[in-house]
Design a protein around this ligand. Structure first.
Ligand SMILES: Nc1nc2c(ncn2[C@@H]2O[C@H](COP(=O)(O)OP(=O)(O)O)[C@@H](O)[C@H]2O)c(=O)[nH]1
Ligand SMILES: [Mg+2]
Length: 459
């Protein structure tokens, strides 16, 4: 029977337990223990009554309550030796039957045997503290769990694989390189040109600023992939907006009736597609109304319009499409796509130029409308090719912006000779710290707290 290795790193003998799967009806559930006493606790529940297998080998066992000896559940138990576990600590995973009772009883028994219920995100926090994941990868874990579309999940998976981490490490390396160049100058201040040509330092600084800018420019792409692009359907009542919304979603979500003013509030739904997931919003018609409830809906529409990334100006005849597109223009800065709805009812083949003809009834024009939306979005963000590194969070944008501005401030002071080299170099130090913060190589509790605030328990 192999011995469980001694307690590792953070946590000491504070062993945590949590239900890693959502409570509810299901075939199986996972109770996870992490910390030095994980195996002892599993043993107290009878997991190893018939011997302890090699790490990473699942063993069937009947667990019982450590005090009452009552049977708890028939389970599979697997232990992981540090550092080869998710948290980097000694870990035990107990696969119980699903539902609400069996996993809860097993978890409660672990607590009576000495485990402490885990805080939200505590497993991943330990993984970061033990160097199993960096902060960007920890964020990626949260993003995979929270993903609502495959584009979001794919992007998070690339981040978990370390794509963004490697890019940021390379940028930090470039800052260190620049600091090294300056160090020569600090050591030989009397020499006019120093051993390193000033132009070489300027060139390296400029290249660094461009690389930081290039990564910052991926922010709109990351945001679109993460949240979906806001596409607002607008136009007069009865224009066919709700029908188009449903047809684009491929399911009946909005209430469709022949009575004008039915959609009084805005309805939002996420359309899972590539390159951009779309947040479709069906709004109330934008006519002037005295009905106070409808009026509220119209105000909601205006708010959505001001935030939209694409607006579909819907109308069911040529004049109405043109008028709608013109009427919407003051409320939005987004591209407005003119959409002639109910095309199946149209007898004549004429409509305005650049007007998309669609029929919610027959499905005609829906695919080309979606393509037009992609083209419109392509003007505000670069579509992500697989393997592209993008930034997805405000934290990333803020850190990179700070690094970029500090390198710029350094270059400015350096080229103007405004500050002594050692003082100018402080900007580079701050830039390097900003990048370190992003990756999470310096583990200030403050940064950790911000990242793990939104985690769920058991992760
Ligand atoms: N023939 C036909 N009728 C449509 C089409 N789209 C909507 N309608 C009808 O037009 C009316 C108003 O549609 P609705 O989607 O509720 O319009 P909204 O007020 O703009 O949301 C309803 O009677 C729909 O059945 C379409 O593509 N073809
Ligand atoms: Mg409607």
């Amino acid at each position: 029977m192999p011995d469980a290795p001694a307690a590792v790193m953070a946590g000491g003998d504070d062993t945590i337990v949590a239900l890693a799967t959502p409570p509810g009806r299901g075939a199986v559930a996972l109770v996870r223990l992490s910390g030095a006493r994980a195996v002892d606790i599993a043993r107290a529940l009878g997991a190893y009554d018939e011997g302890q297998p090699e790490p990473r080998h699942a063993l069937r066992a009947i667990l019982h309550d450590p005090t009452t000896r009552e049977p708890l559940d028939e389970v599979l138990v697997t232990w992981f030796a540090p550092p080869r576990s998710y948290t980097g600590e000694l870990t035990v995973e107990i696969t119980t039957h699903g539902g609400t009772v069996a996993p809860q009883r097993v978890q409660a028994a672990c607590v009576s045997a000495g485990a402490r219920p885990a805080l939200p995100g505590e497993f991943t926090r330990r993984a970061v503290l033990n160097g199993r994941l960096d902060l960007l990868q920890a964020e990626a874990v949260a993003d995979i769990i929270d993903a609502r579309t495959s584009a979001m999940q794919q992007q998070a998976l690339a981040q978990l694989d370390g794509g963004l981490s490697r890019r940021l490490l390379a940028l930090r390396e470039a800052v260190v390189h620049l600091e090294a160049l300056i160090a020569y100058d600090i050591d030989f201040p009397e020499e006019d040109d120093g051993p390193i040509a000033a132009s070489r330092i300027t060139a390296a600084g400029d290249a660094l600023v461009s690389s930081l800018d290039a990564l910052l420019r991926t922010a709109p792409t990351g945001a679109l992939v993460r949240d979906g692009a806001l596409v607002v359907l607008a136009g007069p009542p009865n224009a066919g907006k709700s029908s188009l919304f449903n047809a684009l979603l491929g399911q009946s979500r909005a209430i469709v009736t022949p009575i004008a003013g039915t959609t009084r509030d805005a309805i939002e739904a996420l359309l899972d597609r590539t390159p951009w997931p779309l947040r479709l919003v069906d709004t109330a018609g934008l006519r002037d109304t005295t009905d106070p409830i409808e009026q509220l809906g119209i105000e909601v529409s205006r708010r959505y319009l001001s935030e939209a990334q694409v607006v579909l100006a819907c109308g069911d005849d040529t004049d109405s499409v043109t008028q709608t597109a013109a009427a919407l223009a003051p409320y939005t800065t987004a591209p407005v796509i003119a959409v002639h709805t109910k095309w199946d009812l149209v007898r004549s083949e004429t409509t305005g130029v650049n007007v998309h003809r669609v029929s919610a009834e027959s499905g005609e024009g829906l695919v080309s409308l979606l393509q037009a939306i992609d083209v419109a979005l392509g003007s505000s963000a670069v579509s992500p090719a697989s393997g592209d590194v993008v930034i997805t969070r405000e934290r990333h944008r803020a850190g990179l912006t700070m690094a970029r501005d500090e390198v710029r401030a350094f270059l400015d002071a350096w080229t103007r000779g405004a500050l002594p080299a050692p003082v100018a170099a402080v900007h580079l130090f701050t830039a390097r710290e900003a990048l370190s913060d992003l990756i999470g190589t310096i583990d200030t509790d403050d940064v950790l707290d911000r990242v793990f605030r939104d985690f769920c328990i058991g992760k």
